[in-house]
Design a protein around this ligand. Sequence first.
Ligand code: ATP
Ligand code: MG
Ligand code: ZN
Length: 494
Amino acid sequence: MANMTAQDLMGSGQRPQTPGERLRAEMLRLVGGLRSEGADDAAVFQSLFPRTILPAEVLETLASALVSGGHVLLFGPPGSGKTSLAKDLWALYPKKVLFVADCPVNDDPFSLVDESFSRTVPPCPFCKSRYAGVSIADLREFRTRDVDPSKVPVREGHLREGHGFSRIQGSSEVFPDNLTGTINLHRLEQLGDPTSPLVLEPGKLLQANRGLLIVDEIGKLPLGTQNVLLQALQESTVSPAKSRETFPAAFVAVCTSNLSDLDNINEPLSDRLQNVFVGFNREHRKNRMIVDLALRDRRLSSRYPDLLLETGVLLVEEWRRSTGEIYELSEVGSNRTMIDIALRSEAHAALDRDGKRTVGVEVFKKGAMDAMLGHIRARGGDSYVQDAKTVLEFLRKQTGEALHRAALEYWCTFFVEVLRRDKSEGKRVLDECRSALKAQPTEWAQVPLPKLARFAEYAAARETHKGGAGDLEVALGAFAIMQELDTFECGEPR
Ligand SMILES: Nc1ncnc2c1ncn2[C@@H]1O[C@H](COP(=O)(O)OP(=O)(O)OP(=O)(O)O)[C@@H](O)[C@H]1O
Ligand SMILES: [Mg+2]
Ligand SMILES: [Zn+2]
């Protein structure tokens, strides 16, 4: 590996690959590995994007768009996971690459020595000048046959932010120069060092060269800026401001947009992107996974009963079903809100003056209200008051129902799957739960609670946020909520 040159590379049998081809190869490699381990389609596509839980069809569509070599536009309602998907894609992107050792923009060595590849992805002006003698003032075309491959030093490195990865946050303030960067040829003559930041200030497109470009909220970019991006997608090159030199800008572009900004995307640009609709999950299990994933990272210190976590998810699902399209309210039913219900409830538990550190029904209600109100897009006073009323009315009508459904599901799953619908056994479990609840935790060890143990085992397996509590305590916590809500229909008799 020491002192490798482009000649060695050519002799090694390696083929040149565009960034899209490298991504394709990596995705096929990962998919192949997962399939050989026996994973089914759903698991395969979810594993490619592990932090973004979406319907398998959505992930499969995205995977096929990328494997086909396309650039993508992820569009959909707010908070559905578009940005999160784009980040997953960067995590998946193969980072190890070979560079021309002293190139300021990390040229692919094949751009200098493989004629057909150099037409797809041309080398930078510095390399053209250094290795083919095409000076910057020269009018001569660059040809790979003028390059001596044994003179081109090659180095292995890793793509990272600014070098093979960059991110643009769409807004009206992002100007073409931010994408193209600037080059000062006069300075270059004075300094002679192309890597000096005084000479070349690479823009976002050049920074993404060889890897991935994320354009968040692409519809919010001014049209002039969108055109610069279009040129890069068409030609894999970019010309820095006030320069006629072209630099390589070969990358895979992943753009995101809200539904309301789609119309602002320039048509020719939009035509070059494979559109992938990223909506909300219809499957309850997946919505719940989103919440669990978000909480897992934050290591909550409070106990959060599973059935209240379920209630939060059910509430948001109901909101999506029953609320029409009101712009200011579109974020209220998002995955972000769903996560926030959990976080705000936990925060209330942590702030609780008794220091119980347990999310109970009342604490949950406060958290749900905070989260949902907190995601109304604030407008003028009157409209906010109206929107808040809509949200509060919804919560007043639906919270009880959602709690009830969650509690019922919790108990019925136990009753059906563990007790096999044995009613008298169900009654014995309930009786033991009730007497244990009346006793002090210190007394639990002395009383034999054989039936309760079955329920505790079931609860322990379900509860993901135990906040340090023991199985019995956790089970009785869940039981206390069900008792408060009085939901044991399928367990009977009271
Ligand atoms: N499908 C999902 N799977 C896992 N997490 C999600 C999902 N959707 C949203 N989230 C979480 O919710 C938050 C917001 O998601 P994200 O920023 O990806 O949404 P978005 O679609 O880009 O929203 P916006 O349109 O407002 O930009 C993040 O913390 C993200 O991790
Ligand atoms: Mg986003
Ligand atoms: Zn170069």
